[in-house]
Design a protein around this ligand. Structure first.
Ligand SMILES: NC(=O)C1=CN([C@@H]2O[C@H](COP(=O)(O)OP(=O)(O)OC[C@H]3O[C@@H](n4cnc5c(N)ncnc54)[C@H](O)[C@@H]3O)[C@@H](O)[C@H]2O)C=CC1
Ligand SMILES: O=C(O)CCC(=O)C(=O)O
Length: 410
């Protein structure tokens, strides 16, 4: 019998949104995925619902919100690629319940964000944003007043993960004293000092920079009370998520002069495209650097992200590997084209593995290898059979109660 993909690659429809780097399209095509629709922008909800109906894999950046409502329309979707670090734009739990793994690029833009933050710390310390704005208006503000070196100043990093720790290394090389606060115990790099509380960090820092994910815990973690604890004249930088700072409270602190400047790359409501107007309470302040969520937008980062996430999507589509998925049991078996491979995603209920195996036993088909992983909600098993078998097995696997998704690969 000729070997056959359950779904030929040329029928696997892939939608890439938000101007993902061309390295993604190139990798997909090189791997035989020719059915790729590439859009430079995000889609509004209605357009997305229409398009996602027929799509098997989707690639997004931070603008596209994949809510439960939208995922429910995506009947054919089997994998999501977030071409970003953050995955808060996807309802991860709903995706998992629907048997859809979500992949991201956990390090590819780390360095780009860290470099931007360091640049902003230097510019803010020198009062450059205000002087720059004034110069554009024809004013000449040649003065050393309120302009400082970053050397020997205290930098407080909230969230000492990949980005926070890169910022730490760069800041120390500039002679800054680095302090950090993280809810997890972390290895301090160089001479960085862990603070036992957020309040302690806020009290001692000349510059505070935020590098936490968007979670319920981090929502408005910097608001009036926390800002009041910061040193008078301190600086605040946010390249994490717009929900982490209470921006009206920051605006108050800038107005009163309690803080002497800020930089914000992320906002609670960001324009869906470059054609939409951007509105923020921080726009009135010359001493605030506003950037349009470009912390990770460098050529290097985007090219790397394009390749990294695409590779994960291809590995899942070709071999069933969920290594690197952020919402799924991690399963990987070496590709083995000599065998036939089945993937089965199911609710994690007792006895289901036996039912799956019974399908093969009843047809006297030997299982060559099998790898199951579960979490509290779902189980995911890859099964290689010794002999080539027909599509009817797949139909029977799909009929097992509590099956979420089943696929035959080769
Ligand atoms: N502006 C931009 O373009 C970009 C923004 N980001 C944002 O930066 C965030 C951080 O990225 P990474 O450093 O790669 O993530 P990471 O997961 O490596 O580090 C996050 C750290 O925050 C800590 N954390 C979580 N909740 C906390 C809390 N309540 N208080 C203190 N620490 C807490 C975690 O323990 C972890 O160490 C991403 O989740 C994303 O939202 C990421 C890339 C680009
Ligand atoms: O560049 C993007 O679209 C998203 C960057 C970001 O926020 C992330 O990687 O989490």
């Amino acid at each position: 019998m000729a070997k056959k993909f359950s779904l030929d690659k040329k029928y696997i429809k892939i939608l890439l949104l938000e101007g993902i780097h061309s390295s993604s399209v190139e990798s997909l095509k090189a791997s035989g995925y020719s059915n790729v629709e590439y859009l430079k922008t995000a889609l509004d909800e209605e357009e997305l619902i229409q398009k996602i109906k027929d799509v098997h894999m989707i690639g997004i950046r931070s603008r596209t919100q994949l809510s439960e409502k939208i995922l429910k329309k995506a009947k054919k979707l089997f994998a999501i690629g977030c071409f970003s670090i953050g995955t808060n734009q996807v309802d991860l739990h709903s995706a998992k319940q629907m048997g859809i793994p979500v992949f991201n690029a956990p390090f590819s833009n780390t360095r780009s964000v860290a470099e931007l933050v360091i640049a902003e710390a230097i510019l803010l310390m020198r009062g450059i944003p205000s002087k720059n704005a004034a110069a554009h208006r024809g004013e000449w503000q040649k003065t050393a007043k309120n302009a400082y070196e970053v050397r020997d100043k205290n930098l407080g990093i909230v969230g000492y993960g990949h980005i926070g720790s890169q910022v730490s290394i760069l800041a120390e090389s500039l002679g800054m004293n680095v302090y950090y606060y993280d809810i997890e115990k972390k290895l301090s790099l160089g001479k960085a000092v862990a603070c036992s509380s957020l309040n302690e960090l806020l009290r001692i820092s000349d510059v505070v920079t935020l590098h936490v994910p968007q979670t319920e815990n981090t929502r408005k973690m910097i608001s009036t009370v926390q800002i009041a604890k910061m040193k008078k004249g301190a600086l605040l930088i946010n390249a994490s998520r717009g929900t982490v700072i209470d921006y009206p409270a920051l605006a108050e602190a800038l107005k009163s002069g309690h803080l002497s400047g800020a930089a914000a790359d992320v906002f609670p409501k960001e324009p869906a495209s470059n054609n939409e107007k951007f509105v923020s309470e921080l726009q009135e302040f010359d001493n605030v650097i506003l950037t349009p969520h470009i912390g990770g937008s460098t050529s290097e980062a985007q090219e790397n992200i394009g390749m990294e996430v695409t590779e994960k999507l291809i590995r899942y589509s070709d071999n069933g590997s969920t290594i690197g998925a952020v919402n799924f049991p991690q399963v990987s078996l070496l590709p083995n084209r000599e065998k036939q491979r089945f993937l089965h995603i199911h609710k994690n209920v007792p006895g289901i593995l036996k039912e799956i195996n019974d399908v093969f036993t009843s047809k006297e088909i030997n299982i060559a290898s099998q790898y199951l992983q579960t979490d509290t909600d779902i189980g995911y098993v890859i099964i290689d059979t010794e002999s080539e078998i027909s599509n009817t097995i797949l139909k029977e696997l799909k009929k097992i109660p509590n099956t979420i998704k089943a696929r035959m690969l080769y």
